[in-house]
Design a protein around this ligand. Sequence first.
Ligand code: SAH
Ligand code: SF4
Ligand code: F3S
Length: 434
Amino acid sequence: MRNVYIETYGCQMNQADSGIVGKVLVEHGFSMVDSDKEADVILINTCAVRDNAEKRIHNRVHDLQALKKKKPYLKIGILGCMAERLKESLVKEDKVDIVAGPDSYRKIPELISQSFAVDVILSDKETYEDIIPMELNTDGISAFISIMRGCENFCSYCVVPYTRGRERSRSAESVVEQAKHLFDLGYRDITLLGQNVNSYLYKAGNKKINFAQLIVMVAQIDPKLRVRFATSHPKDISEELIDSIAKYDNICKYIHLPVQSGSDRMLKLMNRKYSLEDYKEKIRMIRNKIPDCSLSTDVIAGFCSETLEDHQATLDIMSWVGYDSAYMFKYSERPGTLAAKKYKDDISEEEKVRRLNEIIALQRDLSLKSNQKDVGKVFEVLVEGESKRDSAKYFGRTSQNKVVVFDKGSQEKGNYVNVRIESCTSATLLGSIC
Ligand code: SAH
Ligand code: SF4
Ligand code: F3S
């Protein structure tokens, strides 16, 4: 009963959390294995943000029950946001053995040793800051560091505040220590994670460290360490942070600033706490201080009562900003959220799909235009690995988070190379080392 396989779904924060679980288990004498076939315990770290994310997990668990028929001693555990949302019902309905919410990961060794175990108590203090996570499924170059947990923004559509609990920040020292450790192991690209990194605040005595200060502390570890971050809530992104990004070459010139909708009426119903004009003002400030900054967004299509005019406003803000990339979703009602309680999910599935497809088509165009502007330019690219399609080529990213594919030459993973861009698709830049 000592071989554990962890499968991770959902956001980057879950990736970081799976590393914490791995570390806790290894310290208790368990071994991590690379496939479900070798495992005595299969842990699935889950996401509850949309219904289709949850459906996928129910199906996966159903398939694993077949494996359990052949291996009756196999234990199946659900971790993460779905564990927190569905609690004991996962034992009754999906027949899993272990259910552990995001703040229960120190107890996993204990839970594995019990016959049925559920622990979904949320904490307002747990940050796991004393645990240096294992790097699971790693390329050895890029890594994530969770700098905070939870969310208290209560956007009306969103389940995260209920599954992740109160917002809390880790100590700045522990973040810097983890980043140094990763740099010493050869990692060169670190993403600092939080649901809203702009509200990071660490207080120790009368000392206070905010996110703009924390990111500089990490950037100062070494100029060869690239630092990224996600996610920024538009209401909180500060001039001080933008100045920090502008000042340090190794803080990446890429900001993910989810707008969600271009309509003030929708933004209000979504409880986003900014107007479209506030959002545009932030974009102007970024463009003004960091002219080569790339921008991405999240967009929701077909939120409650969204009219064609509201939808058009979303398309308009996307064109106005000219996002370099976007994550695009159709609204999925989540039980227990403010929107589920107060508003009717009244846009038909068909119409949501139609609006989403329009959004996706527009973004494809915007991404292509953005990439075409880069043709002929030279970018510093961090070599991250072999291209999946062609083993004679490497891929890497620019500071702006664009993927570049180029001939290997005599370079190695982890090197920085200058690449001249020769052509592009909407997803990738193609070039040669110069
Ligand atoms: N904290 C981050 C987002 C975390 S969830 C932020 O505020 O930006 C990632 C994205 O999923 C959200 O930005 C939103 O676009 C989308 N999302 C969240 N809940 C959703 C829902 N109920 N239906 C569809 N998309 C949703
Ligand atoms: Fe969800 Fe809003 Fe919190 Fe992001 S900021 S996790 S969208 S409630
Ligand atoms: Fe999903 Fe939870 Fe992340 S709901 S997006 S795994 S915080």
